[in-house]
Design a protein around this ligand. Sequence first.
Ligand code: TXA
Ligand code: MG
Length: 346
Amino acid sequence: MYYNWKENTNTEELKIVCNLIKNGELVIFPTETVYGIGANALDENAVAKIFLAKGRPADNPLIVHIADRKTIEKIAKDITEVEQKLIDAFMPGPFTIILKKKDVLPSNVTGGLDTVAVRMPNNVIAKAIIQFSNCPIAAPSANISGRPSGTDIEEIRQELEGKVSAIIDGGKTDIGLESTVVKVVDETPIILRPGKITAEDIKSVVGKCIIDNTILSKVDENQKVESPGMKYKHYAPKTECLLVYCEDDLDQIFEINRIIKKYRGDVVLLGLKEHSEKIVMSKERYIELGSKEDLDSVARNFYSALRKADEFNAQIVIIEGVKKEGLGLAIMNRMLRTCGFNYIEK
Ligand code: TXA
Ligand code: MG
């Protein structure tokens, strides 16, 4: 069932949707980052349905979403001072923290780990659904495993309609990239997945922050990593992708024009506004990502742009990279994985 809550949350429909959650069904709902496929996190069978709908490997744990801070102690334990400071500073928001899990959570939610990823989304629809369902909600991004995350409801419907009991339309998501995932080890926060909340933001609260070295590098499927999600193919359209980033604008334009020529124009470009006029290609196959001066726009448009690019069945999708600073680190982390590390940098 499809529900349009773009303008406001319908209370009658909210009851229906929350009953579905209580009865162990799947519901797609918006958050401020990307859409999620939610189920009652305390119900093992409901959680199993999420893995099935997405085709997600069983060892890739889910994020558990809550609506208020006091629910944290029901699902997690031994919270340290540093963890508490981060919770107070960044929740609600695009921030996920890995904590020691309590036994009430079935082991499939956490992929068998003894830790749980906890997040409090800052989105009215997400909050209402969690609150009125009266349970924590496990929710990975709304996409088939390996595909770009869902940020636009029409694209999500094409991919997942029929696999879930309800789809809530809350409009295009605001941030467009998934939350920052952080684990605190020996009082030091480690970013396992970069997002809108940056290392600088975290440092400003607790004085330190490390960026995990898997963020910009390829991880082998057999490698032991802190965040299992990093091992798998991710965020990828069907068409092969190539990421290009040159510090100098003229180099960047030159490289892109060279690649377009090499493929005789049978390309799609996800491009930056600043370079568009100097790139020689068919206007139809040029998809603007946003401005390099406004990385929020690049983040917001990225996944939708990838899905659009696929429709051309081109030989290759060229993606313009950005500087790996601030939100740019999260953008480049997703872009590198989208391209399977097929990357030109100068
Ligand atoms: O913004 C978001 O975080 C979205 C929205 C829906 O909230 N959710 C999301 O979930 O991106 P998902 O399942 O697509 O990504 C969760 C990431 C994965 O990389 C997973 O491996 C990691 O979090 N993760 C979950 N539990 C973990 C744990 N206990 N330890 C380490 N990493 C964990
Ligand atoms: Mg995901």
